[in-house]
Write a protein that binds this ligand. Structure first.
Ligand code: GTR
Length: 425
């Protein structure tokens, strides 16, 4: 055989192999099932679930400052652009936390060193918030694994589903907060109920933390209920900083759906959280608003008028004019760890829009570490992808937070939270 012929043959084989590979990857990319699509689109025209009908859009630029300068390194990101974007989200989406002074106390109201048949210590902490004679209590439930070197990394769930999922006596068990399984993997696990901080209904901001900290007339950028819940997560972090069993530099804040929107905002506002997990958070969370796929800004502001600040209503049916989109919220988490998750049948929360949001945030993560990278193509069902500080999966099935999701979160956090010192930042 002539050497030239041999080289040609090898090149052709390599080319064919690459094509096959590309083809295989394309095949693998997630698509909604026909049944789900049929069910959701039948007789309804108000919301779009068809990928081909997603309008063309242009995302606001992550790396150009308001003054038109290109953000070339992490120094510029941290000094200028990050603050600009954070302010835009405060002003236009979630609202601003008031600066009202308050006092805060932590009281250990129950401790059981022999919880979960001896494998964990249960602590129940009352976080009391008082201002001008009015107060509320955030009830934090925490299990810390026994027989393991302290301090340990911890998960904090923002619970939006009620106490049947978070039983401290462990008579009731729920995949929503799989305490035994998380303890078995060497993490502390904790939870607070969002309703301790602010009620999940439109009460004209009279109750909850709004009733305690708000003063005077509400402004267009006054905080909504999601910002209040996120503030509550930060008060739990204040407690972790006082507990020697917890490594407060390794805390992951987790939320599902409205809790997932809250987890993202908590991580954006409070850089003490080392990892954020946003499960099926959809509109006002991980999903790109400009795609108008599933739930829209107009719809969420109508159904949940208390979640966001008043200014957010300016973007009802006007998404293209929004000065931000949700890839910029993801970028605010960088260089900390970020896990975005979807469910295949949960088109209301736009799995593809959530994945793309994470993908388009990568330029900021890459200012810290060039190795952070995921493909523009979505992975297939039940195939988590990780790339440095970011991770994503689309789980088979309906809108929910399941043990399967948690196990993938923990696979990721085993690398980004547990391997202290080996961080590739
Ligand atoms: C839905 C809402 C979503 C999501 C969900 C939930 O009704 O439209 O944005 O937050 O509730 O929290 O379960």
């Amino acid at each position: 055989m002539k050497p030239l012929f041999l080289i040609n043959l090898i090149c052709t084989l390599i080319f064919l192999f690459q094509q096959l590979n590309v083809f295989a990857q394309e095949e693998q990319s997630w698509q909604p099932s026909k049944e789900t699509l049929e069910k959701l689109t039948k007789g309804q025209t108000e919301f779009n679930y068809i990928e081909e009908k997603v309008p063309a859009f242009k995302l606001p630029d992550l790396l150009t400052t308001a003054g038109g300068q290109f953000v070339k390194d992490k120094g510029m990101w941290e000094k200028i652009r990050r603050n600009e974007i954070l302010e835009l989200f405060r002003e236009n989406v979630y609202g601003r936390v008031p600066e009202t002074p308050y006092t805060k106390t932590f009281t250990l109201v129950r401790e059981d060193r022999n919880a979960m048949n001896g494998s964990a210590t249960l602590k129940m902490i009352d976080i009391d918030i008082t201002s001008e004679g009015k107060s509320l209590v955030i009830h934090l439930t925490l299990f810390v694994p026994n027989n393991i070197r302290k301090p340990v990394p911890a998960y904090l769930l923002i619970d939006n589903r009620g106490p049947q999922n978070t039983d401290p006596d462990r008579k009731l068990k729920s995949e929503f907060w799989p305490a035994e399984e998380v303890i078995a993997r060497g993490y502390a696990i904790s939870v607070f109920s969002n309703s301790d901080v602010d009620p999940d209904n439109f009460d004209d901001f009279k109750n909850g933390i709004h009733g305690i900290l708000d003063r005077g007339q509400r402004k267009p950028d006054s905080w909504g209920t999601i910002a209040a819940w996120a503030w509550g997560a930060s008060r739990c972090m204040d407690y972790f900083e006082t507990d020697k069993d917890i490594n407060s530099k390794k805390v992951a804040v987790v939320g599902h759906s409205r809790g997932g929107k809250t987890a993202l905002w908590a991580g954006a506002e409070d850089q003490r959280f080392a990892m954020v997990v946003s499960n099926e958070s959809g509109c006002g969370g991980a999903a790109l608003a400009r795609r108008r796929f599933g739930e829209t800004v107009a719809r969420i502001n109508t159904s949940f008028p208390h979640w966001f600040c008043l200014n957010y209503r300016k973007w009802n049916n006007n998404e293209d004019a929004m000065p931000v989109d949700m890839h910029m919220l993801m970028a605010l988490i960088a260089p900390r760890a970020l896990y975005v998750a979807s469910a295949g049948d949960d088109l209301w929360a736009d799995p593809r829009g959530s994945y793309l949001s994470l993908y388009y945030s990568l330029p900021v993560f890459r200012l810290y570490n060039k190795k952070t990278s995921i493909s523009e193509k979505m992975p297939s069902l039940d195939r988590p992808v990780t790339g440095g500080r970011v991770a994503y999966h689309v789980r088979d099935g309906a809108h929910d937070l399941l043990l399967k999701d948690w196990n993938w979160f923990m696979d990721f956090s085993d690398t980004v939270l547990k391997q202290a010192g080996k961080s590739d930042l």
